[in-house]
Design a protein around this ligand. Structure first.
Ligand code: NAD
Ligand code: 89Y
Length: 341
């Protein structure tokens, strides 16, 4: 089988995980790197043994024989880079947040569709080991169709140390982290048709909101709560675990701190660990996220091979972005906002 040749754009904090994961996976190799910051480009190139380096993405796409590009830059550059990939006929993975607004996201999705190139948003939280286990239980019908869900991410972990831009934007936790948790709620409860959100900034040294409490109404009639905080000092620091409660007519499930999953039905309660593996290159507590990067990149390769649309395609991610936008609108207006209509 042919090894696919990838070009990675953006050699920053998170790209290291993607580069490690590509090295773990058979069937793809990152043959070229791009970053407009020469120092980061060279440091990453030296660390991962990639000699072909560009400071300009258009030049890389023109000069190299690539099978796909992997965009690991922050959101402001995503539209330009995705449209560039589409113009070069290159299948493209784009990090979250896919775009800064829905207009850009729709234009990017259309550009890829018109160019006939596969587009996947790197929405990796769905691919975390505990989330894969929960989705399997829901698919099996063991607890029935959910009528209630809670998706909770509360922490005081210092994310600003490695991602300083998170302290600088007008928007923070919904756009950066809530986006993943809203995507999990969609993937487990089905699409939402209304959203109510309240936000707060507790940490005075950041610009955006670091707490968000969201109520979702789902088209199925179910309700769920998505609550996120980076201002919660807890007895045990759970970063980066998402805690989940889902209840259906035939039973319930609970994902608790420490990756313990319990399922209760009429037959009683079963408990098991759904802890992620620690990749050889990984480091706690990030291993949950790091392992999911391998899983989503594997999914990408399978989709390219089979000519399938990735689960978190641009089209799919528009629905997650709609929830993000509607959450901000609801918080600003103090009202419930309709979505998906
Ligand atoms: P970063 O600022 O550390 O790195 C981004 C890099 O992209 C920088 O080196 C910058 O010079 C480069 N860059 C920006 N525009 C460019 C362009 N037009 N051409 C070439 N290079 C360009 O950012 P980061 O912390 O690595 O985050 C990158 C993205 O990953 C963000 O969107 C962030 O939200 C996301 N992220 C995702 C997860 C996850 O679990 N999916 C976790 C953390 C971060
Ligand atoms: O950027 C965020 C993400 O996607 O996962 C966790 C994070 O690194 C900080 O909130």
């Amino acid at each position: 089988m042919k090894t696919l040749r990838g070009g990675l754009i953006g050699c920053g904090f998170f790209a290291e995980n993607q580069l490690h994961a590509w090295r773990d996976l058979e069937g793809a190799e990152i043959v070229a790197l791009c970053d407009k910051d020469r120092r980061r480009l060279d440091e990453t190139g030296n660390k991962f043994g990639v000699a072909v380096r560009y400071e300009n993405a258009a030049e890389m796409m023109r000069a190299e024989q690539l099978d796909f590009v992997d965009i690991a830059t922050t959101a402001p550059s995503h539209r330009l880079l995705v449209e560039l990939a589409a113009a070069h006929g290159l299948p493209v993975i784009c990090q979250k947040p896919f775009a800064e607004n829905l207009t850009d996201a729709r234009a990017m999705t259309t550009a890829c569709e018109e160019a006939g190139v596969t587009l996947m948003v790197h929405e990796n939280f769905r691919w975390q080991a505990p989330m894969r286990a929960i989705r399997e239980i829901l698919r099996s019908g063991e607890i029935g169709a959910p009528f209630f869900g809670r998706f909770s991410f509360r922490s005081a972990y210092d994310v600003y140390a490695t991602q300083p831009y998170l302290a600088e934007g007008e928007r923070f936790i919904i756009e950066d982290l809530g986006i993943h948790i809203l995507d999990l709620a969609r993937s487990m409860m089905g699409e939402a048709d209304a959203i109510t959100c309240r936000t707060a900034r507790i940490n005075p040294s950041i610009r955006g909101e670091d707490v968000a409490t969201i109520l979702l109404s789902h088209a199925s009639g179910a309700s769920s709560i998505v609550d996120c905080s980076y201002a919660s000092r807890l007895e045990t620091e759970p970063f980066p675990e998402t805690l989940i409660e889902i209840e259906g007519p035939a039973g319930s499930l609970r994902l608790k701190t420490g990756y313990e999953l319990s399922v209760t039905t009429g037959a009683g309660t079963t408990r098991r660990s759904v802890a992620p593996d620690l990749p050889a290159w990984g480091a706690r507590p990030w291993h949950n996220i790091q392992e999911s990067v391998i899983a989503i990149q594997r999914h990408w390769l399978e989709c390219l091979r089979d000519g399938r649309e990735p689960e978190t395609s641009g089209r799919d991610n528009l629905k997650t972005l709609e929830l993000v936008e509607a959450a901000y609108a609801s918080a600003a207006l103090g009202e419930t906002c309709r979505v998906g209509g």
